[in-house]
Design a protein. Structure first.
Length: 421
């Protein structure tokens, strides 16, 4: 039977009109304009930890069409319950939007030698509460798609220290593509998700949580207030000979990284550099007598590069802490494990060279000898009191310059909200 070309055209026009109406049924919200960061602003890093979908049971959330005329298929219905979205595409999209806006997401680091930690306090998660996707699958295998997506989300800002949700932020965003994407329906959903991320960045609650005031010339960075952690027994710790202080300094193994730490409380809190523990939640502890144990990273601050680790002190005494900074010319001693386990409990001597401030952070400069593995160890005065933590050393071509920087103990305690008791 011969079919009239006019009839085919008429049917095509009719189907096209019907499908066109279906595909424009999603009314997209306007695109979000992300404000620029104030010049010189400090941004507080955070971890992106959860993304879940929690739609109303029975919700028709996707309207697929297919073929050259985009003929409607059966709608996709949400069966109910909560589903965690584990696709790396969404994580990458979140990080890319945050990075473009100037924010720091933990784990977003191109340096393969330094892993970002996820042991920090602040976390962000998202809940997809509603979504409408109207799309047409085309191509030889019906996998490429164009169309539109509209998504509604609730974001939560969570403090792992306070164990509470600090803010809930509602956003809505949409995305439309008139050209086919090989990623199919997901490309439309990711586009709508990106718009919601921009809405989060633009919200006042998010910006208040993660943007600090710009530092003025000569102004010092301020620690973020957190739930205090008590250093029990720190105030009653006594002055000790340097030879005796060695017993309270440990070697830390965090994956392939090694560093030092020292006891600051009678119940087993160790102070170290944040870059020593890296992204580890648990680390191995080795005491000077060879006894080993397990430590748990309970708090860290990347900006000040300090961290607290909880372990079994095995009856050992904490070191006495001295808040007032030593002066240039004062003798100081460093204890650590330069070059690793073979040289654990090494003691070196020098003097305070200067008190410095770089990028709003205080440092003690000294010529006392330190090497990789010494990081996180204590710098003590001649009475065995801790005045600082080993941070970094300068070198040229691997040769040390005797210009080494140490974090003042008072700053370390303030940035960790650690209170001697």
């Amino acid at each position: 039977m011969r079919v009239s070309m006019a009839l085919v055209a008429a049917v095509g026009m009719l189907l096209g009109a019907q499908i066109g109406a279906a595909q424009t049924s999603v009314v997209l919200p306007p695109s979000v304009t992300v404000p620029t960061l104030p010049e010189g602003s400090e941004v507080r890093p955070f971890a992106f930890t959860h993304l879940v979908a929690k739609l109303t049971p029975g919700k028709e959330w996707a309207s697929p069409h297919g073929g050259i005329f985009c003929i409607p298929w059966a709608k996709v219905v949400w069966k109910g319950g909560q589903e965690e979205i584990k696709s790396a595409v969404y994580v990458d999209a979140f990080r890319a939007e945050m990075k473009s806006a100037g924010f720091k997401v933990e784990g977003d680091n191109d340096n393969i030698f330094e892993k970002e930690t996820t042991t920090g306090d602040m976390q962000v998660g998202g809940i997809i509460n509603d979504i409408d996707v109207d799309y047409c699958l085309q191509g030889a295998s019906l996998t490429s798609a164009h169309g539109s997506a509209d998504m509604t989300m609730q974001w939560q800002i969570y403090s792992s220290i306070q164990k509470t949700v600090l803010a809930k932020i509602d956003t809505k965003g949409g995305f439309e593509s008139k050209t086919n994407s090989a990623s199919g329906r997901e490309a439309l959903m990711v586009g709508a998700f990106k718009e919601n991320v921009r809405g989060l960045i633009a919200s006042s609650a998010f910006r208040e949580a993660f943007i600090g005031a710009p530092l003025q010339a000569g102004e010092l960075a301020k620690p973020v207030k957190q739930e205090p952690i008590a250093l029990n027994g720190a105030n009653t710790a006594t002055q000790r000979p340097i030879s005796d202080a060695v017993a309270s300094v440990v070697l830390i193994f965090a994956g392939e990284a090694q560093g030092s730490a020292f006891l600051v409380s009678a119940d087993g809190l160790l102070l170290t550099d944040r870059h020593v523990v890296g992204d580890a939640k648990f680390v191995k502890i080795r005491w000077p007598d060879g006894i080993e144990g397990l430590g748990e990273v309970i708090r860290g601050d990347k900006a000040r590069d300090v961290a607290l680790v909880k372990t079994d002190p095995r009856g050992r005494k904490p070191l006495r802490l001295r808040r007032d900074p030593p002066q240039p010319g004062d003798p100081v001693f460093a204890i650590g494990a330069p070059l690793g386990e073979k040289f654990q409990s090494t003691v070196t001597r020098g003097i305070v060279s200067a008190n410095r401030t770089f990028e709003g952070l205080n440092y003690i400069q000294s010529d006392v000898s330190v090497n990789p593995g010494s990081s996180g160890g204590p710098l003590l005065d001649d009475k065995g009191q801790v005045v600082a933590i080993t941070e970094a050393g300068y070198s040229i071509g691997g040769a040390p310059l005797d210009i080494n920087l140490f974090t003042p103990i008072g700053d370390a305690l303030d940035f960790l909200s650690a209170e001697p008791k």
